[in-house]
Design a binder for this molecule. Structure first.
Ligand code: SAM
Length: 232
């Protein structure tokens, strides 16, 4: 269970109504039951239910079961698409170990707004589901040209360029501490964006194979390619 209160030896975690409903109503836990909790900063802890009510409750941390396992410093930048597909991208990015998830507005992005809180909740659920101890932050929607204007010199960018479809994936096995993956929207990148990205010294244009993939499939394929070439 993800909790916002810091976990640690002897820490008491107060539960809100939703958490109480889930633990005591859905999971049927009672006082004395044990549960694993994490806060995204201090690893995973075994906690005991010390109070169980309809509107709240409390857990007490007993012992650490896992230290914090930080993912590699990999950001996923993607152009938001339809709601359910955007949810899918965030969920899979969190499962596959992205450290930060950044929705970006490109020239052909259809969606002008995102529900950041909703996407963050998907990232939390994905981390819970895969036994992670870290939750990637979902950033606010930002314009791609602004992001590129301030792009850090020391962060490599794996730019998934659909115009290279059919070429061989060209992600060299050069390790760098900081990376980002960029996936375009359904309409692809504009010529101006492509030109700018190809001119960036930190960017490597990559093909994801012989077919044009949907953006959500491309995000998963790109993260797999990155993890297998450069991941830990
Ligand atoms: N409308 C575009 C076209 O027909 O060329 C396709 C865009 S594709 C649905 C969405 C994004 O997924 C692309 O901008 C790119 O980032 C990524 N993508 C999909 N297939 C790819 C491939 N074979 N190689 C590299 N990137 C790919």
């Amino acid at each position: 269970l993800y909790v916002e209160h810091p976990v640690g030896q002897g820490q008491t975690i107060l539960l809100d109504r939703d958490q109480a409903h889930y633990l005591f109503g859905v999971m049927r836990l009672t006082v004395g039951a044990e549960i694993l909790v994490f806060d995204g900063q201090n690893g995973e802890w075994l906690a005991e239910v010390v109070e169980a009510g309809k509107r709240g409750g409390a857990l007490e941390c007993k012992a650490q079961t896992k230290p914090l396992q930080l993912p590699p410093d990999l950001w996923l930048l993607f152009a938001p698409i339809k709601k359910a597909r955007t949810d899918f991208i965030v969920e899979k990015a969190a499962e596959m170990g992205a450290a930060r998830i950044c929705p970006v507005q490109t020239d052909f992005t259809n969606s002008e707004r995102i529900r950041r809180d909703r996407l963050q909740a998907h990232a939390v659920e994905a981390a819970e589901q895969c036994g992670g101890t870290y939750v990637p932050e979902v950033a606010e929607l930002a314009k791609l040209d602004r992001i590129l204007a301030d792009w850090p010199e020391d962060r490599q960018l794996m730019f998934c360029d659909e115009s290279l479809v059919g070429a061989r994936a060209a992600l060299s096995a050069e390790k760098a501490d900081k990376w980002a993956i960029l996936i375009g929207p359904e309409g692809g990148f504009s010529e101006a964006e492509r030109k700018r990205l190809h001119a960036m010294p930190q960017a490597t244009a990559v093909s994801l194979g012989p077919r044009i993939l949907r953006a959500d499939t491309a995000a998963v394929a790109a993260m797999t390619l990155w993890q297998s070439t450069l991941g830990d």
